[in-house]
Design a protein around this ligand. Sequence first.
Ligand SMILES: [Zn+2]
Length: 206
Amino acid sequence: MTRLDLGNQARDARIVVDDLTAEQTKLDSDVEQVRTRRDRDRGRMDQGLVSNPKDLERMQHEMESLERRITSLEDEELEVMARLEDAQRGLDDLTVQLGQLEERNGRVEQDRDKRYAEIDAELTDLAARRGPVVAQVPADLLALYDRLRAAKNGVGAAALRARQCSGCMLTLDNAELAVIRAAADDEVIRCEECQRILVRTEDSGL
Ligand SMILES: [Zn+2]
């Protein structure tokens, strides 16, 4: 599940928990209100304040009706409490999941930032090493190299290794190798296949 999905679910669960909590509080105060009324009526009867038999009978009925109302409100409250308990458990679970996800994201971001810093350091190092080398390369050769590098996925020159161009992996035939072998050390050799500058090395196979 994505961070967004999880966040949305947690928000919805929080709304349900809040609604049920409000519902329970309301039922609680309703029960209290009816109890207060019942206790007041009972008090009046107990104190003998109601003497008229007709009034007494009417109050007796009302007491029964209040008792029924209390029972029904209490049942309702119990049911709401059970639902609240479930909803709270669900919310707790989502909160834990969200926390774990945040923690994992934090770790991934840390790793990424560390890697960025390493790459930046590598780039700085490479730029520092490139400067003196570039200063020694003739301007026309450097221009050719830069043009090839831009056109060939960042690789303008390739080592010739074991008769193979390491830029395009083509193996040179004997005729080409003979030409390269005969060329002066400072002559610029190009791969016939990929056009890259071929750099002769000890293991070129010449
Ligand atoms: Zn090549």
